[in-house]
Design a protein around this ligand. Structure first.
Ligand SMILES: CC(=O)N[C@H]1[C@@H](OP(=O)(O)OP(=O)(O)OC[C@H]2O[C@@H](n3ccc(=O)[nH]c3=O)[C@H](O)[C@@H]2O)O[C@H](CO)[C@@H](O)[C@@H]1O
Ligand SMILES: C=C(OP(=O)(O)O)C(=O)O
Length: 433
């Protein structure tokens, strides 16, 4: 077990390079399971969600060769099993993509229910089930295991209207449909950059997917996908998190290896708060000299403000002048972290999906615990700008999605150290989170 110890008050300067996107990598790696041949994948982030998925594929019989720290050759040709019921499946959200990938490849799947960040409510998969059922699969969820099978050994193309805009359901159905018989249309599809990235990956392996990035995706099933080469897009949320860190701590940092278009909404909110954000071709420069101003934020599916940046932007607003209102438009309950922020002096009142934040002048360091990945990022941002020392526990959540976080922040001048703590049952902590 590890905790992060942060001595706040150092402004951040220099540059930071953004890693490959977690939410694209965790879709593309399971997609490799459907490919006959070697997929060379570049810009794979070194995060625990990715190592968990690679381990799952290896356990199933995939051959995985490390080319360099961020490039792997994944060959799933030898996989003969349609079962993925390992315990580690429950630790990550994206393990549910194995349902689509296995149904696509074998027409049958037995997969453990996913885990991932627990925001205090259920994370349903009814839209995934609705999609696969429309495509001719019979699904049953029993004792934490999803059993899915098709009568013909192959999914059939179908028209599917999603009742809610779901990233996971859009991706999962797209995976199954890539190798289905006939044409699938997904309406009211999610439009996140990682959906476009997965479609580009599958198309480069021989799939026929059009419209990814709009709310109607059309997929013509093909018989076979063949190996190739692909590079994962940069992580929009990692970039946004470092932008927020500079806004919180002060200073000036060039955030490299980003797609500024994916950051427009985050940059826009930071500008409203008085932060300077300059767009370059594949970088943004973030500068904060003056006090932050209040603003209101509503999270929405892409291209709206991302829910995965909500805890970080809310934390910044805790030291902005005036009263800000945050509305969570995606998840029922994503404000658990505010109890931890209160220990540092933040004044936040939560009512249902809304948080009202009264800005205070300074935060003070405290011992706090991350309840999920982005809650952890928010606590680090609070600690960087606070007076005194902040100790952040629950680091295993943060490691799910941030590569080399301590090293990257130290290189910008932050005083942050990872300190080993006496062992505690990590799995129990995740489940409780
Ligand atoms: C691995 C990954 O990419 N995780 C992201 C993905 O999660 P995930 O794919 O789980 O999130 P969804 O987009 O599916 O969820 C969005 C909303 O739809 C609801 N819903 C979803 C599926 C379903 O079958 N039924 C249903 O009602 C959810 O409760 C939620 O209110 O998108 C979320 C929303 O941008 C992000 O916070 C997560 O970081
Ligand atoms: C909620 C997140 O991830 P997951 O869906 O993998 O739990 C996230 O990336 O903020």
């Amino acid at each position: 077990m590890t905790k992060y110890v942060i001595n706040g008050g150092n402004p951040l300067y220099g540059e930071v390079s953004i890693s490959g996107a977690k939410n694209a990598a965790v879709a593309i790696i399971p997609a490799a399971l459907m490919v006959d041949g070697v997929c060379r994948i570049e810009n794979i982030p070194q995060i625990s969600d990715v190592s968990m998925l690679l381990n799952i594929l290896k356990q199933m019989g995939a051959e995985i060769r490390t080319v360099n720290r961020h490039t792997m050759d994944i060959d799933c040709t030898g996989i003969r099993t349609h079962e993925a019921t390992f315990d580690m499946m429950r630790r990550i959200r994206a393990s549910y993509y194995l349902i689509g990938a296995l149904l696509g490849r074998f027409g049958v799947a037995k997969v453990a229910m996913p885990g991932g960040c627990n925001f205090g409510g259920v994370r349903p998969i009814d839209q995934h089930i609705k999609g696969f059922t429309a495509m001719g699969a019979a699904l049953e969820v029993k004792n934490g295991i999803v059993n899915a099978e098709t009568a013909t050994g192959r999914l059939m193309g179908a028209s599917i209207y999603l009742d809610v805009v779901s990233v996971g359901a859009t991706i999962n159905i797209m995976l199954g449909a890539a190798l289905a018989e006939g044409r699938t249309i997904i309406e009211n599809a999610a439009k996140e950059p990682h959906i476009v990235d997965l479609a580009n990956f599958l198309n480069s392996m021989g799939a026929d997917i059009r419209g990814a990035g709009t709310n109607v995706i059309k997929i013509k099933g093909v018989k076979k996908l063949t190996g190739g080469f692909y590079s994962i897009i940069p992580d929009q949320i990692e970039a946004g998190t470092y932008m927020a860190a500079v806004a919180g701590a002060g200073g000036e940092v060039t955030i490299k290896n980003v797609i500024p278009k994916h950051l427009e909404c985050i940059s826009g909110k930071l500008r409203e708060m008085g932060v300077e954000v300059e767009d370059l071709e594949d970088a943004v420069i973030v500068r904060r000299a003056a006090t932050l101003h209040k603003t209101n934020v509503k999270t929405l599916p892409y291209p709206g403000f991302p829910t995965d940046m909500q805890p970080q932007i809310s934390t910044l607003l805790c030291t902005a002048e005036g009263t800000s209102i945050i509305t969570e438009g995606v998840w029922d309950n994503r404000f658990k972290y505010v109890d931890e922020l209160a220990k540092m002096g933040c004044q936040v009142q939560v009512s249902g999906r809304t948080a009202i934040i009264e800005g205070v002048k300074r935060l003070t360091g405290a011992t706090v615990k991350a309840s999920d990945l982005r809650a952890g990022a928010a606590l680090i941002i609070a600690g960087l700008g606070a007076d005194g020392t902040t100790e952040v526990e629950g680091v295993s959540y943060i490691e799910r999605g941030y590569e080399d976080l301590v090293e990257k922040l130290r290189a910008m001048g932050a005083d942050i150290t990872a300190v080993a703590m006496p062992d505690e049952p990590e799995a129990a902590e995740r489940e409780a989170g």
